[in-house]
Design a protein. Structure first.
Length: 250
């Protein structure tokens, strides 16, 4: 069995594990962990209600060396989830170039839809890798044609400053998964860095025309909310699987 096949099978086991407890999988010298959840877990069966989501994921090698760089992410979201951006302020990506996380959040405060952190390991010629943590911010972005977008902003400062401003289209699709996002991960520190941790909290509430709204909402039509992901790494490793989270309807 190939290493790529082993990783795919392990990923399926990881992603299908309940997020009420941390999930962990080890394949050869690669270890992946994930944890997270959404609230409230009790939702309407037919109507949509506001939710908040939190989650984190980590990847590491047992020998402490740098994992292969992540190159592409594809994530699909259950048909029982819904995105609402009507009346939500939009952030122009040009405002986020070459600014600190604090400046980015101040410039587009009204458009923030999520916050979190990233951590990267960056190889150097001698000694252990740089271990760099940075705030992560998600903003409601301008549409690309008919597609809404979310803008990811983060900034590393070691060994040199590098800003990441990624505009991610949100595609609406028929079938069991309502939304899909696809984006390429830019090289970190000229390819010497690798993403090893990300955490995020999403749950923006706002008002439009006097009515309360939520950036993300959900219903519980079949007692399950599903998410499917595919993660491609530099050395050809592909993690592909789905997670099912239990909900109850009221």
């Amino acid at each position: 069995m190939s290493k790529r096949t082993l990783i795919c099978l392990a990923a399926a086991s990881l992603l299908l594990a309940p997020f009420a407890e941390a999930a962990l999988v080890k394949v050869q010298d690669l270890v992946l962990t994930a944890d997270g959840g959404f609230t409230p877990r009790t939702l309407p069966r037919h109507a949509f209600a506001p939710i908040s989501f939190r989650g984190h994921a980590d990847v590491k090698k047992t020998d402490g060396s740098i994992p292969p760089p992540l190159q592409q992410v594809v994530v699909e979201f259950d048909r029982d989830g819904r995105l609402d951006i009507a009346g939500l302020p939009v952030c122009d990506p040009s405002l986020l170039q070459e600014v600190t996380p604090e400046e980015a959040r101040a410039r587009c405060a009204a458009a923030i839809v999520g916050t979190g952190h990233v951590r990267v390991l960056i190889a150097r010629e001698a000694g252990p890798p740089y271990d760099v943590a940075a705030p992560l911010t998600l903003f409601n972005g301008p549409p690309q044609g008919s597609l809404p977008t979310v803008i990811l902003h983060t900034r590393t400062t070691v060994p040199s400053t590098q800003n990441f401003v990624i505009t991610i289209p949100i595609e609406r699709r028929p079938g069991p998964y309502r939304y899909r996002i696809t984006f390429d991960v830019p090289p970190i520190s000229a390819g010497r860095g690798s993403l090893v941790h990300v955490d995020v909290n999403i749950g923006r509430r706002y008002r439009f025309r006097g009515a309360p709204r939520s950036y993300v909402s959900a219903r519980c039509s079949d007692n399950v909310l599903s998410t499917r992901g595919r993660f491609t790494f530099a050395d050809g490793i592909l993690i592909d699987g789905s997670v099912e989270k239990a909900c109850t309807f009221r």
